[in-house]
Design a protein around this ligand. Structure first.
Ligand SMILES: [Zn+2]
Ligand SMILES: [Zn+2]
Length: 381
């Protein structure tokens, strides 16, 4: 802990204009629009599964069962849309939701026959986007409302639209990211060891899972640290750090180079280790949930786990622009490597007062996309 630094409480003032309150039609309007948009996307994914779904994910869910979810999604969208008219507020959002749902009905609705799909090499992960968005809203938004860290921070905080855009792009690109990651990992074929694979697969799945977590964490730690400490790499990663209010959606913000490189790097240890599929699936679920959770605006008490795993408080410090926290807390899964390599920062029960980068970044998508290029050209001139 930095003795000279005075830790202050973060001040968050409630923006009552953006708050969701019962009875105004605003909640209904946004629900109608969200469900309408997701319903339309889902219907399109059922119509064109070869182009709009991912093979890897398709194997893990039952498309027919999800049509029941879609059915309820469509009816609830209509219900919330009508509710905006009854409540006489946010009727435009309600109407937009109803229109999208009616279009989804016109395109076949929830009863499009599910058949075998001709796999395409590259497709858009519309199915992944829908499931991740619905799951996040249900799990993480609920968590943030029930156990918030900053109670006054609203769901529609500054730049939420930008982060939703990042969320959509990164989820839609999942197929390209996976292909790139696998392709990259295949370069390490020379290091594959059948003896290691046999040894790893002979231990219980839970031990394999822990091994995967530790190996992935080591690689992710160093990849992350290089992004911070190599000057030419920082502008790419700075995009992730430009967010100034953290919540479940904030973690999605990331330059595509970082998203791709992270996936490619983490594939290498997983590929070399050769763990069983059950252990790998456990890791994928764990990593996906933890990545969202650590950005959440939640004061959920973790007890002794906060001394073992990366928690929201730990990763929030990584996003702080306060001096003692700069370039610390790189780990993605456990605290081991930050402790081992001297970059651990967790000042007791304190939380950051400020988030973001020390020098400002562009606040829009295109500006952030070209920000690294701009910085590199500036240096070479
Ligand atoms: Zn970072
Ligand atoms: Zn982060």
């Amino acid at each position: 802990m930095d003795k000279k630094h005075i830790y202050q409480r973060r001040k968050v003032t409630l923006d009552s204009q953006k708050e969701f309150r019962l009875g105004e039609g605003k909640i209904s309007g946004y629900c109608a629009l969200l469900l309408g948009a997701l319903s339309l996307l889902a219907v399109l994914a059922y119509r064109y599964p070869a182009y709009l779904t991912t093979i890897e994910l398709r194997q893990l869910y039952n498309a027919e069962t999800l049509q029941v979810v879609l059915k309820y999604g469509m009816y609830f969208s209509l219900f919330f849309g009508v509710l905006t008219f009854i409540l006489n507020g946010y009727k435009r959002l309600g109407l937009a939701g109803i229109s999208l749902t009616l279009l989804a009905f016109a395109l076949g609705g929830y009863s499009i026959p599910v058949g075998p799909v001709e796999p395409m090499r590259l497709s858009l992960g519309v199915d992944w986007l829908i499931l991740a968005l619905l799951g996040s809203v249900f799990i993480f938004m609920a968590l943030e409302k029930l156990l918030p860290r900053y109670k006054e921070q609203v769901i529609l905080r500054a730049e939420w639209g930008l982060d939703l855009l990042y969320f959509c792009i990164n989820h839609l690109a999942i197929s390209a990211i996976l292909i790139y990651g696998n392709y990259h990992a295949a370069h390490f074929d020379w290091a594959l060891s059948p003896a290691l694979h046999a040894a790893v697969q002979s231990v219980p799945v839970l031990v394999q899972f822990v091994l995967i977590v530790l190996c992935a964490d080591f690689v992710l730690y160093w990849e992350h640290r290089l992004y911070h400490e190599v000057r030419a790499l920082w502008p790419i990663h700075a995009v992730h750090h430009s967010v100034e209010q953290l919540d479940w959606l904030a973690g999605s913000r990331g330059h595509f180079i970082q998203v791709f490189s992270e996936r490619a790097m983490v594939m290498v240890p997983l590929y070399l280790l050769g763990a069983s599929e059950a252990a790998l699936n456990m890791y994928v679920v764990f990593a996906a949930l933890q990545a969202v959770l650590i950005h959440c605006n939640t004061g959920l008490p973790f007890g002794w786990l906060k001394y073992v795993l990366v928690t929201p408080q730990f990763h929030h410090w990584h996003h702080s622009s306060e001096r003692p926290a700069l370039d610390t807390n790189y780990s993605a899964h456990t605290l081991l490597f930050d402790k081992l390599f001297g970059t651990y920062h967790m000042p007791g029960a304190h939380w950051p007062a400020e988030y973001g980068t020390t020098s400002p970044l562009p606040r829009r998508f295109w500006g952030q996309l070209f920000y690294p290029l701009k910085m590199w050209l500036k240096k070479w001139r």
